[in-house]
Design a protein around this ligand. Sequence first.
Ligand code: AMP
Length: 180
Amino acid sequence: MSQIVVLLGKPGAGKDTQADFLSTQMNYKIIKTGDFARSLAKKNKNITQTLQRGQLVDNGLINRYVADEILKDGWHGRYLTDGFPRDLEQAKWFDDFLSKHKIAVTKVILLDLPDEMAKDRLLKRGRTDDTGETIDRRLGVYRDITGRVIDYYRQQDKLISVDAAPSPSQISTALREALA
Ligand code: AMP
């Protein structure tokens, strides 16, 4: 039986670190749409600009990537999406896609952190889209657009909120409990 976990959280909440832990400790296969978006940006100037502006990449490209990643090893095992779905359209598409294969999102984990702490962490990390202005835009996109995804999963009673302020190992313990 497949397990599909969605990991949500604003930029800086620590999704990548926690996804790496879950990959090694609980054998989750990670589907990271941010890595995919960055690989597209290397080949395409428009997408480079989209990332620099902190905007979202076209849903068609993102959804196809997610579908391919799940389909390529035939649905078996545990999957965790990191950074997806980012808007309501992706969330609805995902439900539709999964239901065609008679499965559903199992749990949704929200790594919860105040904006100020997220911003501090991102400025220390220093990726190319971690400049002050782009960070503000990404936090704005998260609040205005991804916020609806959070409500969507809350209404489905699938949302589990985990405090993302403590140390990575404390968050990891809380996450493993949430997924047990
Ligand atoms: P992340 O590494 O998850 O913070 O994503 C970095 C950037 O990649 C985002 O600011 C978006 O431009 C793009 N991106 C990542 N995931 C998605 C997604 N699910 N839908 C659209 N764009 C995305």
